[in-house]
Design a protein around this ligand. Structure first.
Ligand code: KG4
Ligand code: ZN
Length: 346
């Protein structure tokens, strides 16, 4: 099958985005994403509702993805789906649906780790990073700095010891009364704010120079709000300035560690992916490294947050780079109950 075109139908349902994509090899032909709005009023994802919404919409979205790609279901010769980590019920919907389509069509089924998919989302562009490269993954549940030596040869250099970067954005947005998800809202308010308004702490961990910690920044925002009579003042200028100063502290933490690792390992190609990579200040800050001879790869906005195209492209690379059948065609695979990353299997 390696010589002929691989038409991939890919599914992502690990959280509150129902997404289906069609790829021809590593080229994305369609990528339909439905962001479930139900959760906004609760200020966070309601797991059982997420599963039910996936179930309601997955068939329609699959039909739309095929139609947009100009394909019929029988043109598909590989199926891919997120198998971990994520909300168990939500993962289960996409995984079961995908496995049953693969069984019906009698084509290989490739299961994909969602965090690996964020890493390989940087390959969706025509200009691709070259190995070895550094991968920073910043999402709502994970923050990882990885040395990527080759396809699926990963060395995790650092991870968060408490909150993920996106989680810190979401929690601080909640404290400021901005709503959910917090990242895009903080990003927007920060664009009119002053990064020097207040110095929130930039965490430096003594035990591991590449690990991250964001709970200190978050707590210091909380103390700052209490001490500044925030609830009484709550002016838009104050909100904008807090957002800009907080955002600066988070992005500076990420930037310092990535640069340290790039220098230590002598690496010029750096990928940044996951929801937080959509942040405009992050893009601006890391973009400056291009002047120093680094190449920065950040996926387009639609491929930063959760999407099925990144599942499809990861499945493609997994398939063409693997001689081991356990990576594909495992239609008996069950959903993994771990909500977070299993580092041993990364
Ligand atoms: O990768 P993702 O879509 O889902 C997970 O796998 O978690 O990441 C979602 C996270 C949320 O925490 C959200 O607030 C954050 O990405 N995010 C942003 C921005 N857009 C999304 N954070 C900062 N700035 C943004 N523009
Ligand atoms: Zn994600």
């Amino acid at each position: 099958m390696q010589d002929k075109k691989i038409n991939i139908l890919a599914f992502e349902t690990s959280c509150d985005e129902t997404s289906v994509a069609v790829l021809e090899n590593d080229r994305v032909l369609s990528n339909i994403i439905l962001s479930q709005e139900y959760h906004i009023k609760f200020g966070g994802v309601v797991p059982e509702v997420a599963s039910r919404e996936h179930l309601k919409r997955i068939t329609d979205i699959t039909a739309s993805a095929l139609e947009k790609a100009g394909m019929k279901i029988n043109d598909i010769n590989m199926i891919a789906a997120t198998s971990e980590p994520g909300l168990i019920g939500a993962v289960l919907i996409g995984l079961s649906f995908a496995k049953s389509v693969a069984a019906t069509l009698n084509v290989p089924f490739v299961h994909v780790n969602h965090i690996q998919a964020h890493l390989y989302s940087s390959f969706i562009k025509d200009t691709k990073p070259e190995f070895p490269f550094l991968g920073l993954i910043v999402s709502g549940g994970h923050t990882l700095l990885i040395l990527v030596e080759d396809f699926f040869k990963h060395k995790i250099l650092g991870t968060t010891v408490d909150d993920a970067a996106g989680e810190a954005f979401d929690k601080v947005a909640k404290m400021l009364g901005l709503g959910y998800p917090g990242g895009p809202l903080i990003d927007k308010h920060a664009s009119d704010g002053d990064i020097n308004f207040h110095k929130f702490p930039i965490s430096r961990l003594k035990d591991s120079k590449y690990n991250f910690s964001f709970s200190g920044i978050k707590t210091s925002v909380l103390y700052f709000l209490r001490s500044s009579n925030f609830q009484e003042i709550k002016s838009s200028k104050l909100i904008n300035d807090i957002c800009a100063s907080f955002q600066h502290a988070v992005i500076k933490t990420l930037y310092d560690k990535v640069l340290l690792a790039a220098k230590e390992y002598g690496i010029k190609d750096i990928t940044i992916s996951g929801g937080v990579s959509a942040n405009s200040y992050l893009k601006k800050t890391f973009g400056k490294l291009e002047d120093k001879g680094y190449r920065i790869f950040i996926p387009e906005l639609i491929y930063s947050t959760d999407n099925a195209a990144m599942i499809g492209i990861t499945a493609y690379y997994k398939y063409i780079n693997s001689q081991d059948k356990k990576y594909f065609d495992d239609k008996s695979l069950n959903v993994n109950a771990r909500p977070r990353l299993d580092f041993a299997n990364f």
